[in-house]
Every structure is written in C-alpha cells, then in structure tokens.
Design a binder for this molecule. Sequence first.
Ligand code: SAM
Ligand code: DTB
Ligand code: SF4
Length: 343
Amino acid sequence: MKDIFACKIINGNAMKEINEISTKELRHNWTKEELLEIYERPLLELVYEAATVHHTWHKANEVQLSTLLSVKTGGCPEDCSYCGQAARYHTDIQVQSLLSTATVLAHARQAKDNGASRFCMAAAWREVRDNRDFDRIIEMVKGVNEIGLEVCCTLGMLTEQQAIRLKEAGLHAYNHNLDTSEEYYEEIISTRKFDQRIGTINHARQAGLTVCSGGIIGLGETHADRMAMLRTLANMEQHPESVPINALARVKGTPLENNPKVALWDMVRMIATARIVMPASMVRLSAGRLEMTETEQAWCFMAGANSIFTGERETLLVTPNPSIVDDRIMLENLGLKPMKRTN
Ligand code: SAM
Ligand code: DTB
Ligand code: SF4
C-alpha cells in the first residue's frame, strides 16, 4: 500500500514537471545541447512529453488538411540535390508551365469540397519576378481566398515589396523551408545561400504574412544538423506558425536518389522535438507519408504532428501521396477530425 502511494506521488511530481514545461511561455533561446538532449531522450519519454505539450496547446483530435498544388512544375534553375524539379537533373517528371487561373481555382474548389481548410500553391521558381506570371499568381491568391480557403504560396525567394503584394491579395502564409542546417546547406544546394532563405522569411514576416518553414530529413545530415535547423526556427523572434517536416522523397535522377529511407523513429523524434520547442506552431507531417503505414503515421500524430498534405490528385508536387480515401479511413480509425480554418 505504502509503495503504491509512493509511486503515485512520484507520478504526480513527474506530471507536475511536464505540465510546467508545457504551460511555459514560448522560448526563443534554445541551445543546440538542449535540443539534442530532447531529441535523444528515451523514445517513449520523448513522445509522452511531446503529446503532453500537444494536448496543452492544441485540440489534439484535430488535424489540418492542406491541399498542395504544383502551379508551375519543373525546369527550375536551382540545384537542390533532393529536388525532382531541378532542370539540371534527368528526372522523369512532366514539365508544366504556369497553370491557368481557372484550372487552379477548380482544384481549390475541389479541395474545399474534400474538407481541406488550406490550399498551398507551389512554383518551381528560384525567385519571384515582377512579371505577368506573378500577376497571375496574385489573381490565383485572390480567387482561392474568395473560395474561403486559407491560402499559402511557395514561390522561391521574394522581396518585401512582392510579399506585400501577396499579402494585399489575401495571402495568409508563405512557405519557405530552411531545408537543412546552415552548416550542411552548401552540401545540398550551391545556387543560393542559407542567409538568402532567412532573408525571404524576414520579408514575408515584415509584410505581415504568417510563415511556414521547416525542412527535410534524410539528406545525409547528422542528428546535430537536424537540431541546428530546428534551433534556427525555434530561436526566430516569432516561431513559424507552421513547421513542415519532410522525409526525403527519393526522386530517380537526383543526386540523392540512393539515400537510405528515413527511419520512422527519426521522423517521430524530429516531430516530437519540433512540437516541444515550438509548442504553438502547427507541425506538418509532410513528404514521406506514402511510405509509412497507418500505425507509423499514428506515432507521428502522437508525437505532435497536427497537419498533413492531402488531396484528390494523390501527389505532393511530383511524387505520390496517399489518396484522400485512404486518408479519410486513417483519420476515422485514429479518431482525428479535419480542422476548421484558423483565421
Ligand atoms: N521552389 C521553391 C522553393 O524551393 O522554395 C518552392 C517549391 S519547393 C519544391 C518547396 C519545398 O519542398 C522545398 O524547400 C523542400 O523543403 C521540399 N521538397 C522538395 N523536394 C523534396 C523532396 N524530394 N523530398 C522532400 N521534400 C522536398
Ligand atoms: C513542404 O514542406 N513540403 C511540400 C511543400 N512544402 C511545398 C513539398 C514536398 C515535396 C515532396 C517531393 C515532391 O513531390 O516534389
Ligand atoms: Fe527549384 Fe524549389 Fe526544387 Fe530547389 S526545391 S530545385 S528551388 S523547385
């Protein structure tokens, strides 16, 4: 009896400690050591803590459904070694110039009918140019906003003026991933610098857009690189409102096509750490879901992921993604429901 009582007190104290962690204010001064210590905790302890933080800050039975559409595909001048859309690699993708506004809006309506609350338009551009294509993107942003979806764009580098134009058209979020750590960056991309990524994120912020920024694991980086990337995000003056965590989608013809598949527990640890250090943000389980079972994805939701890309096209940009039917079944099985718009 005495032992059981003692055990209860110990559990009570442990719970109190976790609750203190999870109700603390947002922090912006994480050290690499702290992040690595979190990431390397015993797995179940880590997931338990991340789940506690998740439950404290969010409705843990809700998942944001975001539909991704590639509005301009392939032919990109950059050399991102993971990307199937870089013109210099010989991949099997179908190059597609900028879609018409009508086509994009038809996809957006379909996405809304399928229960999505967010619509993300992606272009294989190095940067936005002030030309007619950008005028068309502005039209698309207006149209998607009128349909009643939270609009996100990912168009490459951006000036503050361009970000302001997007904001005025009704854009909600700008996606610009760090992709990897500052230290590992030049191993993966040589045609731009890590600082330029930060510059674009700052331009989006200054224009009043929300920021969606995360990265990819499985590029050959170390665990310390992963934590360095998360630290850059977590120590921003304002945390990105959404943090996509992608497992490398291995595209034939790219320099990383033969990289090993990302281990599930690495994905779980990455999501859990992101959840703990940026508790108020949406953490998106992004590329890599098709190679995961429902059970494996459930671990990611348990670890604090609360957003996915889904849609009737069954693709991300150029690689496959689970079907909307399979996703519905999964959400049903896990007792998760689609989140309503956040704004
Ligand atoms: N061209 C723009 C840019 O790079 O910012 C926007 C589109 S780009 C495809 C958006 C993001 O998708 C990249 O920053 C990267 O994080 C992710 N991505 C691209 N290819 C990927 C792959 N093969 N596996 C996982 N994530 C990938
Ligand atoms: C993000 O973080 N992941 C998405 C979205 N933002 C643009 C893209 C994933 C791409 C996966 C590989 C492909 O289909 O090209
Ligand atoms: Fe171009 Fe973006 Fe792909 Fe890099 S990630 S090659 S910038 S489309």
